[in-house]
Design a protein around this ligand. Structure first.
Ligand code: SF4
Ligand code: SF4
Length: 90
């Protein structure tokens, strides 16, 4: 995994254009069928080389909505990464 958007997402769209690698899709394109935004783990680079903290979480107005997932093998890992399930930004 990478970062994960949780079910507290309010579909506000603040995150989607902030992602430098187009890893985020909206509720219409969520492959799980959930009515929330979704991050593709095989695309998310945790904003490494782009930003100091994940830009999606920084833009998100919903407290604790975006959390760390498990690191994805072969993908960049942020130095600020916390344990899985921890909010990226409180
Ligand atoms: S952490 Fe960065 S790369 Fe990953 S989904 Fe959020 S904005 Fe995109
Ligand atoms: S910014 Fe947060 S609440 Fe808004 S769509 Fe993205 S994850 Fe959902």
């Amino acid at each position: 995994m990478s970062v994960i958007i949780t079910d507290t997402c309010i579909n506000c769209a603040a995150c989607i254009d902030e992602c430098p690698v187009q890893a985020i899709v909206d509720e219409d394109d969520n492959p799980t069928g959930e009515e929330i935004y979704y991050v593709y783990a095989d695309k998310c680079v945790e904003c490494v080389t782009y930003h100091d903290v994940p830009a999606c979480a920084e833009a998100c107005p919903t407290e604790g909505c975006i959390v760390w997932g498990e690191p994805t093998e072969g993908m960049p890992h942020s130095e600020t990464r916390q344990s899985s399930g921890t909010p990226v930004i409180d």
